[in-house]
Design a protein around this ligand. Structure first.
Ligand code: ADP
Ligand code: MG
Length: 654
């Protein structure tokens, strides 16, 4: 047995030697014989405008120019140290575009900068850690380009075209050989006789999964209090003696909970980024479809690797999918969950709070997390992240538009306060999406600034969805228009709905509707009165009632509206104590009779609202029809247009 093993190793070594010889000759034939300084090899790319700025500021020492089919690849060697003198005037008129890029790029590269204000402007001394090489793609250059380089103290070299034949003759076969050897070795390691020993060996060296997140607290906007709290957790995690003095212990597990898109994952990454420790992210759902035992062993590996790289933060995202109560699951899936969860529980118990491991969990559904995981010593505290407030939304918008602000591409009519005001109930992710969409909208029009109209369009796309042509022939459209006019008229005539203006009334087809009237809420979260809830129910009935008045029929189109109306009515009765039953809240303990009474009370509210809607629309039937005609004609009306029309039709009637 022993003999077999070493014999195989011998063969592998011999093959490697042969491959090595091939490789050596291949590479040797590639080295250019002419006497030009050797081109540095680099994988770091820079964009052309950064390159232009670097040359402009005389930070480049040499370039190597390689000609490809229809472009050129430049390898750029920076000077070790230099200083940039910036003349204020010059900066503003011609260099503005690329000067914007340079400081942030320099910072990214870890370059040291020292700034001195001089009389004429600014002198920035730049020191790179070591001379650095980058590559950049440029279009085919002409003689002027070389002149520009030399004028900026750059030495250009032309790299001769390689003869590719040696590669084919020498390097390709050697690579193939190496691949065969590697494959064979891999086979032996995983399945063959060398199995056991090598496998354990391979694993220990595995560093897969470690990250050093670049996110910082400054990327997480609008949660100052939460960040302050989290900061303490991190501080005590890194300096446990502060707590120890008082007889305390750092937390081992922290849960970030809240609706999707509020920045839980972002915050977790920023925590690791700020703490400057190793980060091991893993997502609960990754375990869901695994075979029995695999989830548990990954958890074990995760913790044991993290311990080796302590201080470290383990991040288990979507932990609910792992800790979910799996009672209903079939045998093998249920078993897998239990094993994985049990392993996680064991690992949480199996390390000391001083061992330099912090586990951060995140979940959109904290109530689904297994209770065993929520005990002290496992999840020690829960930090709830709500949807952002008005101020928070403003801060998040500001963060996501910071590049645009810096680059001066926001038009003067863009008012971040107003935008924040509009984004009621948006999560951080929605806001990021909104900002992106606006940029996209402006880019589609090839504008060089993003203005208010682009944000308006982006808002429509995000809130309403993309609009298509109206559905059906003229008659069909007329029906849709009556229904939507019904909604719109209720929305504009009931005083209690004035706080929810119409975003748009439309008969354009969208993903899930033939037309719509979208109310929008603005500003900060607030409580809602009984009056307003009733008015909202009337708004829902607008569709059905209008159809009934004009066509004498009821269609299926109003079903979503009815659902909404019913839900509001039930909430009024059961949650807010806003019915004839008075101040009760329905809970698990509520008796069957009370529940029945609640249903009755909700029905009464619905009936009263329907009656009220009917009275309102009958009294204004002419306006209803007029509004519908306008919708058929124009397909989409904004709140201002709706109001103008109503006023016009009212004055005609008088
Ligand atoms: P969650 O994990 O809570 O579902 P994420 O952290 O994945 O949310 O957020 C998605 C994206 O939304 C982030 O990458 C970021 O661009 C944006 N975002 C969410 N919250 C914020 C915030 N508070 N500040 C800045 N950006 C945010
Ligand atoms: Mg997330």
């Amino acid at each position: 047995m022993k003999f077999v093993k070493s014999k195989r190793l011998l063969i592998v070594a011999a093959l490697l030697l042969v491959a090595g010889i091939f490789f050596f000759f291949g590479i040797k034939s590639l080295i250019p014989k002419k006497d030009i300084p050797r081109k540095p090899e680099t994988n770091s790319a820079v964009f052309y405008d950064v390159f232009e700025a670097l040359v402009g500021y005389k930070l480049v020492a040499e370039v190597w120019i390689e000609t490809k089919e229809d472009y050129q690849k430049l390898t750029v060697m920076l000077r070790d140290q230099t200083s940039i003198d910036m003349d204020k005037e010059q900066q503003w008129d011609k260099e503005l575009l690329y000067w914007n890029k340079l400081p942030s790029w320099l910072k990214e590269q870890g370059a040291k900068q020292r700034m001195d204000l001089t009389d004429s402007g600014l002198s920035v001394e730049v020191t790179f850690p070591e001379s650095q090489a980058y590559f950049v793609y440029v279009p085919r250059t002409d003689m002027g380009f070389l002149g520009w380089l030399t004028a900026n103290k750059v030495t250009p070299h032309t790299v001769p075209k390689y003869d590719w034949r040696p590669i084919i003759i020498w390097v390709v076969p050697s690579l193939l050989l190496i691949a065969v050897i590697a494959g064979g070795t891999w086979w032996m390691v995983t399945r063959g006789p060398l199995g056991g020993a090598m496998r354990g060996f391979g694993k220990k060296e595995k560093r897969e999964g470690i990250e050093r997140p670049k996110e910082r607290f400054s990327d997480v906007a609008g949660m100052e209090e939460i960040i302050r709290e989290v900061n303490f957790i991190v501080k005590f995690f890194k300096k446990p003696y502060i707590l120890k003095r008082l007889g305390g212990k750092p937390k081992k597990g922290v849960l970030l909970s809240g609706p999707p898109g509020v920045g839980k994952t972002l915050l977790a990454r920023a925590i690791a980024g700020e703490a400057n420790v190793n980060f091991f992210p893993i997502t609960g759902s990754e375990f869901v479809e695994m075979f029995v035992g695999v989830g548990a062993s990954r958890i074990r590996d995760l913790f044991s690797t993290a311990k080796k790289f302590a201080p470290a933060i383990i991040f288990i995202d979507e932990v609910d999918s792992l800790g979910k109560r799996q009672a209903g699951l079939g045998d093998s899936a249920g078993q897998e969950y239990r094993q994985t969860l049990n392993q996680l529980l064991a690992e949480m118990d199996g390390f000391d709070s001083l061992s330099g491991i912090l586990v951060i969990f995140a979940s959109n559904f904290p109530e689904l997390i297994d209770p065993a995981l929520r005990r002290k010593g496992r999840i020690d505290s829960e930090i709830k992240i709500p949807l952002p407030s008005l101020a928070g939304r403003k801060a998040i918008l500001t963060v996501h538009l910071r590049n645009q602000t810096k680059g001066n591409v926001l038009d003067t009519d863009v008012d971040i306060d107003k935008l924040a005001n509009k984004t009621y109930n948006f999560s951080g992710a929605d806001i990021a999406n909104f900002a992106n969409e606006a940029v996209f909208v402006a880019a589609k029009k090839e504008k060089d600034k993003i203005s208010k109209v682009d944000f308006d369009e982006a808002f429509d796309i995000i809130v309403l969805g993309l609009a298509g042509k109206p559905v059906g022939d003229l008659e069909e459209r007329g029906k849709t228009a009556i229904a939507e006019a019904g909604h719109a008229l209720v929305a504009r005539l009931l005083p209690a709905l004035q706080k929810l203006p119409i975003q748009v009334a439309s008969i354009l087809r969208r993903a899930d509707s033939m037309g719509l009237v979208q109310l929008i809420q603005e500003g900060d979260m607030r409580s809602v009165t009984k009056e307003e809830l009733e008015a909202q129910i009337c708004f829902c009935f607008g569709h059905r009632v209008a159809e009934q008045i004009v066509y004498g029929v009821i269609s299926s189109g109003a079903s979503t509206d009815l659902g909404n109306a019913t839900r509001i009515a039930h909430d009024m009765v059961r949650k807010y104590g806003m019915s004839e039953l008075g101040p009760i809240v329905v809970s698990e303990e509520t008796s069957e009779t009370t529940r029945r009474d609640c249903d009755m009370a909700a029905m009464k509210i619905l009936a009263a609202c329907e009656k009220r809607t009917e009275d309102l629309l009958r009294a204004n039937e002419r306006i209803l029809r007029g509004l519908a005609d306008a919708l058929v004609l124009k397909e989409e009306l904004r709140v201002q247009e709706v109001d103008d029309l109503i006023r016009l039709l009212q004055s005609e009637a008088a």
